[in-house]
Design a protein around this ligand. Structure first.
Ligand code: SF4
Ligand code: SF4
Length: 501
C-alpha cells in the first residue's frame, strides 16, 4: 500500500448549502483541484493539487469556497519544522533539487519595516503637495565630473547618455517566456503611459514590442538569448545581468516546454530546447573583462545609450560595486535576496544573498567614500512593496528602484509561488493559450498605471511631510530615517540613528 509521507498544505472548503454546481471552479483551475461527480451530483476537491492561487475563490459567484491551511499537524519541534520535514520527504521521494518561485520566504529581518521616516514640525515647515510643486522626476546615468567651456565660453554639452523617469520606479527584468505575452504588453504599455521603463529580461524582445523602445531596457544575460544588433539598438538602455537576487551565483533555466512559437523565435533557439543560461558570463572573469563588454555594447549603440550592470546583493557587494563603477557602467542595479523569479532552487533562493536595505546602504557609502558616487546611478530591487519602501530606499542611497513582484500583484498575481509549474491560473507566468487569455492587457496596463499613480501621490506626500520638494534632495539623506529595534551594527551598516536619537 502506498504511504503518503506529506499531506496537502491547503484544503478547499466548500459550503454545500451555497454551491450550485455551476462548475466554474472546475473550469478555472489549471491544477484540476475541483471535479464534478455526476453520480453524486456534487463537486469534490483534490486538496493535494491545490497551490492556493485563489482563482476559484475569486470567481465563485455564491462565495461557496474557502481555501484554508490544512489542519494536519506533524509533531514539530524547534529544530524540525513542518516545512523542513515536508521538503525532506519530497526530496526522498524525487531525488531532485527543490524548485521554488518568487523571492526568499524565510523569516529574515525586513529592514524596511524597522525604519521610520521623519516629518517636519514647527521648524523647516512641511510642504503641501496639492498646492506646491513637487519633483519626483529622476535622471539616471553618469553625471559630468567637470563643467567644460568652449573657446567662446559657452558650456559644452558633454553629458553622457542618460535615462529620464517621471518617478523613481522601473519594472524589473522579467523575460518573455517566463511571463506571458499579455503580461509583457501590460508592462510595456504601462511603462510608456507613466514615462518610465520596463525590462525585457533575458528572453529577447518580441517584434510587436519594438515600438515601446524608448521605454525599454534590453537585457544581455549570460545565455545571450535573443541578442543581436537591432535588439541592442531597440531599447533606451542596455542591462548586463551578472546576477539576480533570487538566485545569486547560478544561471537560469527556462524549460523546453515553455520554448514554443514566438518565444523560441524571440530567443533565437529551437522550439522545445531548454534555455539554460550559464552561471557566469564565459567572457567575464574580472572587472577588466566586464569593462570590455560594457564598451563593446556602448560601441554597438554608438555610445548613445547608457549601460547598466545588474548584480545580486551578496556579502562583498560594496567592493564589487566600486569595481563596476570604474568599469564604465552608467548605472548599477543591486538586487536583494527577496527579489522574485520564475524558478530558482529553493536552497539558493532562501539561503544565498543579503537584504537589499543593507546592501544598498553599504554600496552608497562606499561609492561616496571613494568619491565616485556621481559616476553611476544606483537602482535597488528585490523587496519593494510600497511607496514607503521606495522613500526609504531613496533615503538609503538609491536613485530609483525596480519593482517585479509588486507589478505582478498589480496585474492579478496571488503569490501562490508556483510560477515554475507553468500553469499560472491568472495568465501571468504561463504560455498555455487558454490561461494567457485570462490576463487582459487593457486591464493589466490600467492596474499598473493605477498603482504607480497612487505611489507617486504617496511619495510626494511623504516628501512634503519631510519638507523636501525634490526627490534629488532625499537621495542618500539618511537624516530622514530612524531605526526601530535594530542593534548597533545594523544601524551602523544602514548609516542611520535609532528612533529617539
Ligand atoms: S464555483 Fe462555487 S458555486 Fe460553482 S461549483 Fe465551484 S464552488 Fe460551487
Ligand atoms: S505569477 Fe501566477 S503562478 Fe506565479 S505566483 Fe503569481 S499567481 Fe502564482
Amino acid at each position: 500500500m502506498a504511504v503518503n509521507y506529506f499531506y496537502p498544505e491547503y484544503e478547499a472548503e466548500r459550503n454545500y448549502d451555497r454551491c450550485i454546481n455551476c462548475r466554474v471552479c472546475e473550469k478555472q483551475c489549471a491544477n484540476s483541484v475541483h471535479e464534478y461527480i455526476q453520480e453524486l451530483d456534487k463537486m469534490t476537491s483534490d486538496d493535494s493539487k491545490c497551490v492556493n492561487c485563489h482563482r476559484c475563490v475569486s470567481l465563485c459567484l455564491t462565495r461557496a469556497l474557502k481555501i484554508v491551511k490544512s489542519g494536519n499537524t506533524y509533531r514539530e519541534n524547534a529544530n524540525w519544522s513542518l516545512k523542513s520535514m515536508n521538503e525532506l520527504y519530497r526530496q526522498a521521494e524525487s531525488g531532485g533539487v527543490l524548485l521554488s518561485s518568487m523571492g526568499n520566504s524565510e523569516p529574515y529581518p525586513v529592514y524596511f519595516d524597522k525604519i521610520l521616516i521623519n516629518a517636519s514640525q514647527v521648524t523647516n515647515p512641511s510642504i503641501d503637495p496639492l498646492r506646491e510643486p513637487m519633483e519626483t522626476r529622476v535622471i539616471l546615468g553618469a553625471k559630468p565630473q567637470v563643467i567644460e567651456r568652449d573657446r567662446s565660453g559657452r558650456i559644452k554639452n558633454n553629458l553622457p547618455p542618460q535615462l529620464k523617469l517621471s518617478m523613481p520606479v522601473m519594472f524589473s527584468a522579467m523575460s518573455y517566456g517566463s511571463l506571458s505575452y499579455n503580461a509583457h504588453e501590460s508592462l510595456a504599455r504601462a511603462a510608456e503611459a507613466m514615462d518610465i521603463l520596463y525590462n525585457t529580461g533575458e528572453g529577447g524582445l518580441h517584434e510587436d514590442f519594438y515600438r515601446y523602445g524608448k521605454n525599454t531596457i534590453v537585457q544581455v544575460a549570460s545565455g545571450r538569448f535573443g541578442v543581436h544588433p537591432d535588439y541592442l539598438k531597440a531599447g533606451a538602455a542596455i542591462e548586463i545581468k551578472m546576477g539576480q537576487g533570487a538566485k545569486p551565483g547560478i544561471g537560469g533555466h527556462l524549460p523546453g516546454s515553455k520554448i514554443v512559437g514566438d518565444i523560441s523565435r524571440t530567443r533565437m533557439i529551437p522550439e522545445g530546447s531548454d534555455a539554460i543560461s550559464p552561471a557566469p558570463h564565459h567572457d567575464i572573469y574580472s572587472i577588466e573583462d566586464l569593462r570590455q563588454l560594457v564598451f563593446s555594447l556602448k560601441t554597438a549603440v554608438a555610445f548613445k545609450k547608457p549601460v547598466i550592470v545588474k548584480i545580486a546583493a551578496v556579502h562583498n557587494v560594496a567592493a564589487i560595486s566600486s569595481g563596476i563603477a570604474r568599469s564604465g557602467a552608467d548605472i548599477i542595479v543591486i538586487d536583494g535576496f527577496r527579489g522574485g523569479t520564475g524558478a530558482a532552487p529553493t536552497r539558493i533562493r532562501d539561503h544565498v544573498g543579503i537584504p537589499i536595505e543593507l546592501a544598498l546602504a553599504s554600496v552608497d557609502k562606499r561609492l561616496r567614500d571613494e568619491g565616485i558616487r556621481d559616476r553611476v546611478s544606483i537602482v535597488a530591487g528585490g523587496g519593494i512593496r510600497s511607496s514607503a519602501d521606495i522613500v526609504k530606499a531613496v533615503a538609503l542611497g538609491a536613485d530609483a528602484v525596480y519593482i517585479g513582484t509588486s507589478a505582478l500583484l498589480a496585474m492579478g498575481c496571488h503569490l501562490c509561488r508556483t510560477c515554475h509549474m507553468g500553469k499560472c491560473n491568472w495568465g501571468i507566468a504561463t504560455q498555455v493559450p487558454e490561461l494567457t487569455r485570462r490576463l487582459n492587457p487593457d486591464m493589466g496596463y490600467k492596474r499598473l498605471v493605477n498603482l504607480l499613480t497612487a505611489w507617486d501621490h504617496e511619495i510626494k506626500e511623504m516628501m512634503g511631510g519631510m519638507g523636501i520638494n525634490s526627490i534629488e534632495a532625499l537621495k542618500g539623506n539618511r537624516l530622514m530615517l530612524r531605526g526601530i529595534g535594530l542593534n548597533t551594527k545594523e544601524l551602523e551598516v544602514l548609516g542611520i540613528k535609532h528612533a529617539g536619537e
